[in-house]
Design a protein. Structure first.
Length: 359
């Protein structure tokens, strides 16, 4: 909605009406009294908004030719002090009249100022959009990524060393180690799933920005649509099993051998279990016995694990989770953030250009 004339403007129009009224006293009254006098016109314009006044001028100028001079000489300078939006709206109303040409200098001056302010506003909006991506979208994305990692690494550890009563740890006696872990890793860490998770958040955010820009465009131009480019180039993640994780797996495997040996020698040394260990396993059992005796005497490994907040399974699990998270943060989120920022900047430039061309 456009504002009506200010009080100071009304005062100017009031005195203008007095002057016009005095000058009209010299006009002969012998002829039929006109339906609209200059004084009546000024009084009417004073009570109307700029756009309503412009419509009044257009509707009556053919019947009352004096309105062209009155409006151009007395009203246009007042309109010229209004905002660009008001001048633009009035200029559209008085198109193809002398008032249209008279308003052009005011229109051009205020348009340049208006566009400069718009450019700054669009720039500030872009900065806010970038901050929102970093402060809200990325943290929300990381929460879901952590949830996926927790689930996937839990499955990896279960298949590597889990099962009922952790029966899979028995395989450690047969040399199952980091090679087996790497195979299980590759089977359960789905790169596409993490790529899709990140893309989902980015696409949703960029779509929301596209809606905001279109609304902004329509508020200013009043017609048509502004179409943003709301997609960026995607990079499929390739989450690798880092050497750090392999080292933790090797330490975990050796530690679990020692713990299991201690547990077997202490609690499970019965004929049925020993009877099951035959052939090539005998050497491993003999080694386990020696290692077990040493552990009973020193208790370093057992005590260390018991005194820690995380057991060895969790140490491996969270070491791998942290490594994957590091890869995602440093490589992929950094890549995506740069692409999102570039998308925001390009769409902001495009928005300003489209507004300036259609204003």
């Amino acid at each position: 909605m456009f504002k009506r004339y200010s009080s100071s403007t009304k005062v100017i129009l009031f005195y203008l009406s007095i002057l016009i009224g005095l000058s009209s006293c010299n006009v002969s009254s012998s002829s039929d009294e006109p339906k609209l006098t200059p004084e009546d016109a000024v009084n009417s314009l004073a009570d109307l908004s700029p756009t309503e006044g412009a419509q009044f001028f257009v509707d009556n100028r053919e019947q009352y030719p004096f309105l062209d001079t009155l409006y151009v000489e007395n009203i246009v300078p007042i309109i010229g002090q209004c905002s660009f939006d008001t001048i633009k709206a009035v200029k559209e109303k008085v198109e193809k009249t002398p008032a249209d040409e008279a308003l052009t200098p005011y229109y051009k001056d205020t348009k340049n100022d208006y566009l400069a302010k718009l450019k700054q506003e669009i720039k500030e909006n872009a900065i806010s959009h970038k901050k929102a991506f970093v402060n809200f979208i990325i943290p929300a994305m990381q929460v879901e990524i952590d949830s996926l990692l927790e689930k996937d690494m839990g499955e990896v550890m279960n298949k590597y060393a889990g099962g009922i009563m952790n029966w899979r740890k028995i395989k450690f006696f047969f040399g199952t180690g980091s090679d087996s872990f790497e195979r299980i890793w590759n089977e359960n860490i789905d790169n596409d799933k993490y790529t899709e998770c990140v893309a989902k958040y980015i696409d949703t955010y960029l779509d929301s920005l596209a809606v905001q820009r279109n609304t902004y465009y329509n508020d200013i131009i009043g017609k048509g649509d502004f179409k943003s480019e709301s997609r960026i180039s995607q990079a499929t993640m390739d989450l690798l099993l880092a050497k750090k994780c392999v080292r933790e797996v090797k330490k975990f495997t050796e530690k679990e051998k020692e713990e299991m040996t201690t547990s077997i020698l202490k609690d499970w040394v019965v004929p049925t279990i020993l009877g099951a260990c035959s052939g090539g396993v005998g050497t491993a059992v003999a080694w386990a016995y020696d290692a077990g005796n040493l552990l009973y005497d020193v208790k370093v490994t057992l005590d260390d694990i018991k005194s820690q907040k995380l057991d060895s399974d969790e140490v491996v699990k969270y070491a791998c989770m942290e490594n994957i998270g590091f890869q995602i943060r440093q490589a992929y989120l950094k890549y995506y953030t740069e692409r999102v920022f570039k998308n925001i900047d390009e769409n902001s430039d495009k928005l300003y250009k489209s507004i300036s061309e259609n204003l």
